[in-house]
Design a protein around this ligand. Sequence first.
Ligand SMILES: Nc1ncnc2c1ncn2[C@@H]1O[C@H](COP(=O)(O)OP(=O)(O)OP(=O)(O)O)[C@@H](O)[C@H]1O
Ligand SMILES: [Mg+2]
Length: 308
Amino acid sequence: MILCVCLNPAVDTTYVVPDLTYGATHRVDVAGRRAGGKALNVARVLHQLGEQVLATGFAGGADGAAVLDDLAGSGIEAELTAIEGQSRRTVTVYDGRDATVFNENGPVVLDDEWQAFRSLYRRRLVDASVVVVAGSQPPGVPVDAYAQLTTLARAAGVPVLLDASGPELRAALAARPDVVKPNRLELAELVGHQLEDLDDVLAACRTLVAQGAGAVVVSLGAEGLVAVTPDGSFRVQVPRPVVGNATGAGDALAAAVARGLRRGDDWPDRLASGVAVSVASVTVDLAGATDEELAAALLPSIAVESIR
Ligand SMILES: Nc1ncnc2c1ncn2[C@@H]1O[C@H](COP(=O)(O)OP(=O)(O)OP(=O)(O)O)[C@@H](O)[C@H]1O
Ligand SMILES: [Mg+2]
């Protein structure tokens, strides 16, 4: 099973509006209201791809119960540590071109709740083939939480894919996650300067490898991705740019790479299927879903280029 760690799940509502006007009142169509948070999006895509998943993290209050209900309704197995605080809500407003996102920070997690989660996680690691840790940490959880989870997984011999940013990613690098998946902005923030061209992106990836990452997969939106891995460095371009809701495309990419880790695919295959699944996800309005038929149709046209 692929263990998906979502410390800060949310009830995620997507509104669709014809035009988004600052300061105006909008009548909105609700395109979806469901459990979200990056690692839950990853879990959904993995489930869609036929992988066995277990979603884990924290849930509190009525919205926490709604998260659990929704996961159960989607057929996604979940075990969440109960907390006193209220799980958060997020809102995405999609106007047919761009997505505008409002993310609540999330509830304060108490120290004994964090310890309870650590026990659950250790117990579930036993049956995990891969761990995906993704998204933001709720307040109260230690800044090195992702480092702790990475260390525990590595001690259990389970590879870790981490999709985080800022101080949480920085703190986790020393624990040697097998794969990290920043986007261009997150990578730039981490190395502290803008990434103008491919050489800058590659140099930044190598900095992260020097700091402990086993492999770095940088997603570059419609430009595809660049990866520095133990088997070489690669660039994969998208077969064609897609207009759609790109929120969650990175989560679809993470899901496909995690499946590749679970299957023991080689790096070029992991990356090609990552691009296929993520490009196809952009055509689907909701985050946490892809178009499997489109992904399969795109895969043969995706070239993985070795770079130095
Ligand atoms: N407009 C697009 N057209 C085609 N493919 C896209 C487009 N945007 C993203 N992708 C695909 O999705 C992957 C991930 O995209 P992106 O870099 O936007 O991730 P992200 O910023 O981490 O997204 P999120 O965190 O919202 O999931 C890219 O590597 C690419 O394969
Ligand atoms: Mg992302």
